[in-house]
Design a protein around this ligand. Structure first.
Ligand code: ADP
Ligand code: MG
Length: 323
């Protein structure tokens, strides 16, 4: 069963950044207002995520690591009205199958919190522990016993890069939440949780460009778009400065990239690309998304309509807006 668990785990935890993603989503689902992330050795040595969310009651701590144990879904019908990021109850079990884990958690009003350690090599153990309301999960020795996975990990710098991008994406999608990321003891990202996208953009893209970015906003029926677009002279030589979020999920979508690029038509020279953070909100029924937690691809029911909507919002901002 350990082997089967490890193979299944590989689907959810492909690399350290996927573990970070799952832990962040759990913190967000728990209603956290502040999330501290600490990593060492590209995440393979240590990933620690601490939040001030609702916590996990002592008697449910062990259950949280059981496959298909989730507190987030009551019946299959709930899938259509899902408002949490997680729902399959697989993430923690998958991480525990390929790493050592220590989780300390406390719920508000409880007399004390508790700490659970589990993972390869040691017995599951729960002890009382002091902690303010919230949860801290430490993941160590990731993939230690999965040589096949370990072998495919890239350098620490590359894995760290993936983690930084993951945290930056969630920070931009949730400007109202304070995110802090430290890498090998050095703080490299810290957002104020002000609710203003520009404040997060300053951290992720740099203060100078963030100050000059132009606000874009439009609404049409049930579609809304909001975000920040760079002035044409702050372009880049590649598409790395374009970020897209649909219903608060970071996604990759070439049609959306083209829509923004089209908005800059005549304003940028060939080979230059805009910097933009675009948040699109639309009814789930307009999205054709394969509900897989690792999915970053998305299809729109009405591609052309979304294209025009985003292009126009960005174009209007460029022509009429000011920072
Ligand atoms: P899912 O998110 O799909 O429910 P997970 O395996 O990611 O499954 O988590 C299992 C359960 O553990 C969650 O449903 C939740 O009840 C609990 N949990 C995990 N992380 C946290 C956290 N940071 N704060 C509060 N509860 C958590
Ligand atoms: Mg989850």
């Amino acid at each position: 069963p350990r082997t089967v668990a490890r193979i299944a785990a590989g689907e959810v935890v492909e690399r350290p950044a996927s573990a970070v993603k799952e832990l962040l989503e759990n913190s967000l689902d728990a209603g956290a207002r502040r999330i501290d992330i600490e990593i060492k050795g590209g995440g393979a040595a240590l990933i620690r995520v601490a939040d001030d969310g609702c916590g996990i009651p002592s008697d449910e701590l062990s259950l949280a690591f059981t496959r298909h144990a989730t507190s987030k879904i009551v019946s299959f019908d709930d899938l259509s009205t899902l408002e949490t990021l997680g729902f399959r109850g697989e993430a923690l079990a998958s991480i525990a199958a390929v790493a050592d884990i220590e989780v300390t958690s406390a719920v508000s009003g409880a007399f004390a919190g508790s700490r659970l350690t589990l993972g390869a090599g040691h017995h599951e153990k729960i002890v009382p522990a002091a902690r303010a309301c919230g949860t801290t999960i430490s993941v160590t020795h990731l993939f230690k016993e999965v040589p096949a996975r370990l072998k495919f990990l890239k350098s620490d710098a590359t894995e760290t890069g993936h983690i930084v991008n993951t945290v930056a994406n969630y920070a931009m999608a949730y400007p109202g939440i304070k995110f802090r990321l430290s890498v090998d003891g050095r703080e490299i990202l810290s957002t104020p949780g002000s609710g203003r996208l520009r404040d997060v953009a300053a951290e992720v893209l740099g203060g100078d460009i963030a100050a000059r970015m132009i606000e874009a906003a439009a609404a049409e029926g049930l579609f809304t778009v909001g975000g920040l677009v760079s002035p044409p002279d702050a372009s880049r030589a590649n598409r790395s400065g374009m970020y897209f979020f649909v219903n608060r999920r970071w996604i990759r979508n070439s049609m959306l990239s083209r829509a923004v690029e089209e908005a800059y038509r005549g304003l940028l020279t060939v080979g230059r690309y805009p910097v933009a953070v675009v948040n699109l909100v639309l009814p789930p029924s307009d999205i054709d998304i394969n509900i897989h937690p690792a999915k970053t691809e998305i299809k729109f029911r009405e591609d052309g309509k979304v294209f025009d909507f985003v292009r126009r919002a960005a174009r209007d901002a460029l022509l009429c807006g000011s920072p």
